[in-house]
Ligand binder design. Structure first.
Ligand code: GLN
Length: 308
């Protein structure tokens, strides 16, 4: 592995190299509160399980977690429900956009996987049904992982999604019609939008997911966040489905479990090494950050990190 100062200078170089791509993507505008984010921003952070943190660019600028929040919700639901979760959501790649509805009817309300919207809505239902205050429980969980009490959900983003959430409401009601949503739909959606609206920066995000690179144990306090088996399983799902209908290409080009969100963040897990997070708001047609993909793929290539 490279020396620490070498990693930081690689990150700085990659950031410069990726800047011409700023204009190739478009900031998500179907959530109006996200449409106002300036596109020409980027950051990358690498946190290692032995406690190093390397960053370049705007690594302490907060962004909306959006679908990256699905990883945290999934770990909470796996911890609460155990293997019963897999009766309610599948573990197969969808090959379709993150908010697609068509498979749900064919597959009788069972989402293809827990990191597309339908799957994360089922996970939200599990959390709403198992916690008396699921939104607080979610924030508490993230704050503990990031070792930071100040992480919060952005109310403007939350309200904006709530107001423009017809597609997600359609997914939830369709699943309810098949008996795969237990709580009331508005309550489930409120939890889902709240977790998507969590605001974090690249450094916090990289640190908070280190347990997935470390067999379920969070390095800073040795907490067993999830079992070793579940850490492997989450990484398997992220490898096959975390980048939506671009997951195959990401596995081919980068070869790491990863999750993206329409806020422009991408997190990639490097087992036994650490976590890479990149953020830049402009997205490609799959909803993945253009510069974020570039940064992570160049870094993984430079260090030879592909698991395959
Ligand atoms: N909150 C967004 C939605 O439900 C999350 C989607 C994403 O980040 N891909 O549409």
């Amino acid at each position: 592995m490279k020396q620490p100062h070498a990693i930081t200078s690689i990150l700085q170089q990659l950031l410069q190299q990726s800047q011409p791509l700023y204009r190739e993507g478009k900031v998500a505008n179907y959530i109006p509160a996200l449409a106002n984010v300036a596109p020409e921003q980027a950051a990358i952070a690498v946190a290692t399980i032995d406690g190093q943190l390397h960053t370049a660019g705007a690594a302490d600028t907060a962004f909306s977690l959006q679908s990256v929040s699905k990883v945290f919700g999934l770990v909470m639901a796996m911890n609460r429900l155990g293997d019963d979760l897999w009766h309610r959501v599948n573990m197969e790649p969808s090959g379709l956009p993150f908010n697609s509805i068509v498979q749900l009817e064919w597959e009788k309300g069972i989402p293809r996987n827990p990191v597309i919207n339908a799957g994360a809505i089922v996970v939200s239902d599990v959390l709403v049904s198992h916690y008396s205050a699921s939104k607080n429980a979610f924030l508490t969980f993230i704050r503990r992982l990031a070792n930071n009490e100040h992480i919060y959900a952005d109310q403007a983003v939350y309200l904006s999604e709530l107001e423009h959430g017809n597609r997600n409401a359609a997914l939830a009601y369709l699943m309810k019609s098949f008996g795969n949503i237990e709580a009331e739909v508005p309550q489930v959606l409120a939890h889902y939008f709240h977790q998507c609206a969590t605001s974090m920066n690249c450094q916090q995000l990289a640190t908070s997911l280190l347990f997935l690179a470390n067999r379920g144990v969070q390095p800073h306090n040795n907490e067993q966040v999830c079992s070793r088996r579940d850490a492997h399983r989450v990484n398997a799902i992220l490898s096959t489905s975390g980048m939506y209908d671009q997951s195959g290409e990401f596995a081919f080009k980068v070869g790491l479990p990863a999750k993206s969100g329409v806020g422009g963040a991408i997190v990639a897990i490097v087992p036994q090494f650490g976590v890479i997070t990149a953020w830049s708001p402009a997205l490609n047609k799959f909803g993945n950050s253009v510069v974020g993909m570039k940064l992570i793929s160049l870094f993984a290539e430079e260090l030879g990190l592909s698991l395959f």
